[in-house]
Write a protein that binds this ligand. Structure first.
Ligand code: ZN
Length: 146
């Protein structure tokens, strides 16, 4: 190998190396996989919870940019009515205890109020990472009379 070709090879190699590093700078948005949603008593996965009971939530989160906060929202399905006007049960909880983690299996139970109307509800799981990226996953759940 003569000197010129050798230098060219090095230059090419260095260029490719930096190009590869630049690609790595793009931090992937959090990945959310809902594993289980169900009754709190049995850690079920039938997407059903009871009025006055608990909803068991198990969700896999992978966040290359590290988790900042996790938000869980449950709201009645259908028309988005104002809670204040209609007095409907909704849940909006933000968890910060997973802050700084690159991945976690979120396992929490939330209380369903004993005055919640039975019916179809919508479950939203929103993860914001420390880079400001946000991802969400959603699912339908049913709240039934105890
Ligand atoms: Zn559970």
């Amino acid at each position: 190998m003569n000197k010129k070709v050798f230098l060219f090879a090095i230059t090419l190699g260095v260029t490719l190396f930096f190009a590869a590093c630049n690609d790595d700078d793009t931090i992937a948005k959090p990945e959310i996989t809902i594993l289980e949603l169900g009754e709190g008593d049995s850690h079920g996965n039938d997407h059903i919870a009871k009025v006055g009971g608990e909803l068991h939530i198990e969700v896999e989160v992978v966040a290359e940019g590290k988790i900042d906060k996790v938000q869980v929202i449950i709201h009645p399905e259908g028309e988005h009515k104002s809670i204040i006007e209609h007095g409907e049960w909704e849940l909006d909880t933000t968890y910060t205890k997973f802050s700084g983690l690159k991945n976690t299996t979120f396992h929490e139970h939330v209380d369903i109020a004993d005055w919640a109307e039975p019916g179809e509800y919508h479950f939203d799981f929103i993860v914001t990472d420390m880079e400001g990226n946000q991802s969400s996953a959603e699912s339908d759940i049913e709240i039934i009379e105890e």
